[in-house]
Structure formats: C-alpha cells, structure tokens
Design a protein around this ligand. Structure first.
Ligand code: HEM
Length: 366
C-alpha cells in the first residue's frame, strides 16, 4: 500500500469514527435516543464516573487553597485542613471517597460497555479513549496517595517505584535500562523526596487533569455523535429520548450518588477502613511499617504480584493492556452472550481479589 492509499484509508477510518458533519444540536441532542432493555442500567455508569470526576475537581480545588506540596509542610497542611478549616475534614473525606467511587464506577462502566459490545464499529475510538481514561484514573489514585506525605504513603510509593526498576531485569539489551530511567524520571532524585513530591503534585493537579480533559472531551463527543449502542441482540423494549427523559434520569442517579457521598463523607472517615495509622507523618529514620499495601483498587494486581514471580505479572499486565486496547478488533466477531460471560468472570475476579486478596495471600504464604 502506498502513502496516498494509507492516508486515504486513515481519513476514511477517522471520518466514520468522528462524523463531524453530525456535530450539531439536532443530531447530538434532539434526535438522540436511548434503548430500554434489561442491561440499560449500564448506560448510567459513564455518567456516574463523570459525576464523581466533577466532585473531584471541585473538592480538589478547595484542598489546593491550603495544601503545601513540600516534604516539610505537606503532612502538617493536611492536618491543618482536617482540624482547623471549617468543613475541611468533610471536603477531604469526600475527595477520598469520591476517588474510590470514581474508580469503582469506571471499572463497572468498562465491564458493562464490554458486555453490551459498545465497542463495535463505529465506536472503536470511544473504547480506546475509554482505556486511556482508565489509565489516567489509576494515575490520579497513585499520585494522590503520596500527597499527604505519611509513613505508609511514602513507603508504598518507594515499593511501587522499586518494582518499576526491577522490571529491567526481565528485558533484553539496552531495554533493560528503560525501567530504571523511568523510575529516575518519576522519582526525580536518589530516593523518594521533595523532587518526587513535586512531580507527583504536578501530575495530580496539572498534567493528569489536562490529559483527562482532552481525552474525556473526545470520548464524550464521540458518544454524542454515534448515540448509544443498542446493547443487546434482541429488539429493545422501546427507545426513549435522551433529552430530556434520559438526562433527567441521569440527574436522578447523580442526586442519589451525591446523597450517598455526602453521608459517607460526613459520617465515615475514609481512613477508618484501614487497619494501620495513616496519620503518622513520614519519618526518614523510621522503619518501614508492617502491612504496607496500596489502595484497594490495586489489590487485583498487588496480591498476585506478592504471590507470583514478577515476570508472570509483567507478561499478564502487558497482555491485558494490549487486549484492552485492541478489544474492538479482537472481539469483533464474538457474540454478546460470550462477552457477558467474560465480563462476569472479570467482575468476579476483581471482587474476590479486592475483598479476599489478603486472605488468599496468607493461605499460600502463611
Ligand atoms: C474517567 C472515566 C470515564 C468517563 C467519565 C466516561 C464517561 C462516559 C459517558 C458519560 C458515556 C455515555 C453514557 C454511558 O454509556 O455510560 C460513556 C460511554 C462510553 N464509554 Fe466511557 N467513560 C470513562 C471511561 C471509560 C472506559 C474505561 C471505557 C472502556 C474501556 C469506556 C468506554 C465507553 C464506551 C464504549 C461508551 C459508549 C457506550 C454506548 O454507546 O453504549 N469509558 N463514557
């Protein structure tokens, strides 16, 4: 294929995936319809993830008024927000709860979009941008964890970065150096310190938000241009108008999510769910505390990592990332029933590892 043909095919591919001629109020709002069927609850999941993301922006901006991104003051500034600022504890707690709820809803959104075969032509790029959003969402969690600069966070970040460096041992030739370089770039100095905190802070409050705005913008515009996928093989019971019927239902779900979030934020400190003290400030001379683990949404990969050799996890995660990105092409001819079974199996794995990962670990390692 010559260059002219390649360019022509690329242009045709993009024109079908991004039909900009439909970028008008009539196509994107007035004519949009949503199918009604047994799996239609899945259509609310992307909106729910977006609601929690908006809460993160609002509460994150409030925290920024007082948070100090320096190793000497970060921990004290978080304590100041919690103890001295009116409603500071509530804002901080809502930010922590909403981050977990956002990750939970993004994962359910991925599984329902998969089960409904919502990645089918012409929605391949909606799916691929979704996978990027998943990576960015995990990135928010990983970088945010370090910001309070407490003993567990700093040590867990050290372990995470150390694991990146160890990957080099499994790569051939010059490539063996890449993970160490990546670790040095992220860490910024010989050990986790001020340069690391500055980098995680910039990632958390500037770089990742800019990236998510761009990718989410593309994701949402493509959803509006194509309308909702049909979701099931059979004929839907009926179609309902997106505007105002579905949008009002979406807002009802957001209202319930807001109430749940407010009650959790006001009544249940996020830290109370952990067995170890999160409030100890990081002490460079202190010993690494026992029982260090990442946030719950990394358990699905963390406990297997503790039990299996690193290379198995590496091969597994690389394959998983590849399969996720290439899902629209790999599962092009798979029927929805099989997709549903795969989504249910993946969901069960995630739930078991999140709830019982630690028990499974002790079962094998004592
Ligand atoms: C920050 C994370 C994300 C946000 C805020 C978000 C937001 C949304 C919204 C509002 C919709 C329309 C309503 C719906 O179908 O639920 C949607 C649709 C969609 N999303 Fe996402 N999404 C995110 C991540 C993902 C991920 C991780 C995937 C999968 C890898 C994904 C794949 C899709 C697909 C395929 C559709 C089209 C659904 C259809 O036409 O039926 N999204 N997204």
């Amino acid at each position: 294929m010559n260059l002219k043909e390649t360019l022509h095919n690329t242009e045709k591919f993009l024109a079908e995936r991004m039909p900009v001629e439909k970028m008008n109020y009539a196509s994107m709002v007035q004519k949009k319809e949503v199918p009604v069927h047994g799996l239609a609850w899945g259509y609310y999941m992307g909106g729910l993830a977006m609601f929690f993301f908006m809460v993160q922006i609002a509460t994150g901006l409030m925290l920024l008024f007082y948070y100090q991104p320096t190793v000497s003051d970060a921990h004290a500034s978080v304590e100041f927000i919690t103890d001295q600022i009116p409603a500071g504890a509530l804002v901080r707690n809502v930010h922590a709860w909403a981050s977990s709820l956002m990750i939970g809803s993004v994962l359910i959104h991925l599984l329902t979009a998969f089960a409904m075969k919502a990645f089918e032509k012409p929605r391949e790029l909606t799916w691929v941008t979704g996978v990027l959003l998943l990576g960015i969402t995990f990135g928010f969690g990983f970088t945010g964890y370090l910001l309070p600069w407490h003993q567990i966070a700093v040590n867990a970040t050290k372990i995470g970065l150390q694991t990146i460096e160890e990957i080099g041992g499994y790569l051939p030739g010059q490539m063996a150096e890449w993970p160490r370089l990546a670790k040095e770039i992220i860490q910024g100095e010989a050990s986790v310190g001020q340069a690391t905190l500055s980098r995680f802070f910039s990632l958390h409050v500037i770089i990742l938000p800019l990236a998510i705005f761009g990718v989410l913008g593309f994701h949402l515009v493509s959803v509006q241009l194509h309308g909702m996928s049909k979701g099931i093989d059979a004929k839907p019971r009926r179609l309902e108008k997106f505007f105002p019927t579905f949008l009002l239902k979406d807002l009802r779900v957001w209202g319930i999510a807001f109430m749940v979030l407010f009650i959790l934020g006001a009544c249940l400190p996020f830290e109370s769910l952990f067995a170890y003290p999160l409030f100890e400030p990081f002490d460079p001379k202190g010993s690494t505390p026992d029982g260090i683990k990442p946030e719950w949404y990394f358990f699905w990969v963390y406990y297997p990592l503790e039990l299996l050799p690193l290379w198995v996890i590496l091969v597994g995660s690389t394959l998983l990332a590849g399969v996720l990105l290439a899902t629209p092409w790999i599962f092009k001819n798979t029927n929805r029933q099989s997709l549903r079974l795969i989504a249910i199996a993946a969901g069960i794995y995630l739930i078991i590892m999140t709830l019982f990962g630690e028990n499974i670990y002790h079962l094998f390692k004592g």
